[in-house]
Write a protein that binds this ligand. Structure first.
Ligand code: ZN
Length: 76
């Protein structure tokens, strides 16, 4: 994100690009419009959900591994 910050010669203040559509916007804003901020929110929620699913899979794998190692250890 920092890499998107540009400075032009001639007194034009810092500006950044909208994270969604890439349009140049004022440096104190993150998105050019309500639509883009809504879109960003949707993407964020989706990625949060996906990382939660990965976390669940990881936990299940750990439990399986634990149960497997317990049952393997019990055998003579
Ligand atoms: Zn935008």
């Amino acid at each position: 994100v920092i890499g998107l910050v540009e400075q032009r010669r001639g007194g034009v203040p810092f500006h950044v690009h909208c994270k969604i559509c890439g349009r140049p916007i004022a440096a104190d804003r993150e998105y050019c419009s309500r639509k883009c901020s809504d879109e960003a929110m949707r993407i964020q929620q989706r990625s949060k959900r996906i990382s939660r699913i990965y976390m669940l899979i990881f936990i299940i794998l750990m439990i399986l591994l634990f149960v497997w190692s317990l049952s393997a250890g019990r055998q003579p």
